[in-house]
Design a protein around this ligand. Sequence first.
Ligand code: ADP
Ligand code: MG
Length: 485
Amino acid sequence: MLSNPVSKYTAVIGLEVHAQLLTESKIFASDATAYGSSPNTSIGAISLAHPGTLPKLNRNVVELAIRMGLACHSGISRFMIFDRKNYFYPDLPKGYQITQDRTPICKGGFVRINLDDEEKQIQLNRIHLEEDAGKSMHVEGTDDTWVDFNRAGVPLIEIVTEPVIRSSSEAYAFLSEVRKLVRYLDVCDGNMEEGSLRCDANVSVMLKEATEFGKKVEIKNMNSIRNVQRAIDAEIERQIGLLERGETIFSETRLFNADTGTTCSMRTKEELNDYRYFPDPDLSPVEVSEAWLDEIKASMPALPDELLNKFTSYYKLPPYDAGVLTESRDMAEYFEEVCKHTQHYKAASNWLMGPVKSALNEGLRTVNDLPVSPSTLAQLIELVESAKVSFSVASQKVFPELMTNPDKSPLETAQQLNVLQTSNEDSILPIIDSVLTDFPDKVLEYKRGKKGILAMFMGEVMKRSKGKADPKVANQLIQKKLEEK
Ligand code: ADP
Ligand code: MG
């Protein structure tokens, strides 16, 4: 049998990720950056490149990019300039894009991924700042092209990896990690469908024993992490097919079609412009002082990796739980808040991964929208852990009731729902046993016919159960126990 041709090859992948920075205004102008506003309503003279206008750098952009760089263990440039990347396109009013060529704001670094319990560091080449272009819209059924300049000048960081990714699942893990990081850091909303996070994938294949990389093909137009993975798989298969048939691979840009799961050629690299990068004389160089850098470092939130460690070592959660809970910063913070009010950490984790997650799946966007506060949830957990309410009753009755009436206490709610566990024989019997053992004389009196003494036993049981025993059940149980004596 012939060996599978695919196994002769290694895939080489490098990703270029654009993340739209969460600033209120554009990178070099005061126009708002709000997504989804009507076309051409967020455009000023600078975004439209009116003659005589000058760009002015938004400081916040530098801070957000540095935050991402610090989270990725990158070197931070203390001195940088902006460059012009020259090309013509209708959505680019200036005729050039302002970007960073020689002096990216962050150099090197890595993002840690975990795949099938194996860790790998994906090396970054750089993270640089640049402005976005406008958006051309081709009106269906006509020859018209419309241009919306709202996006022109919106700040982006571009994260460029080294060609160190070896499979589509590594690419998937890397992008998931990057999306998690930008969200933790409040650097970008991470929304691929709306285009605030975009990824171009560079893919080549080579024979396993080859010493040089093959020609790379760049794929664009993927609107989800899953589709990046699919596009890479399709491209690897296409390239191996070409090589197996003895054909050559051209460097080109291809578009992914999510409906067919295939890529098609958009342009070959040979047709590409020479961008003629040069320093933008309209912008002064930026110096990042020690004090500014310290300020940015101090403003960094805890990173997912750090929290993952804390959740397994301090809260003693299993790695699986820690992974799920640190998936988003909101969830991790909610968990830590709950743990300020209860020491039952594993129970808290079960509650978040179980009933709370289910509630979120029913339409809430994040755990911050949960009506039940962390301290209320902690009280409910305490009720369960002290065996006052069973977990199933707590999750199926008390919790849903708290979701609609979050201001009531879990205990009050459990009482109103009449689900407190003291009607449960197992929790009452030991109390009765102890009372009967402590009062042997009274038991004898009862046996001799003084039935009225039952009231005394009832009083004692109620006292010792702190009023939580169901009187009816307790009464029956005491009589039964006395008959057995
Ligand atoms: P270009 O000069 O075409 O811009 P770069 O060297 O700047 O290429 O790399 C762009 C992206 O392509 C990077 O993410 C890099 O890791 C990736 N890349 C470079 N060479 C290859 C290759 N042979 N196969 C796959 N990806 C590659
Ligand atoms: Mg390049």
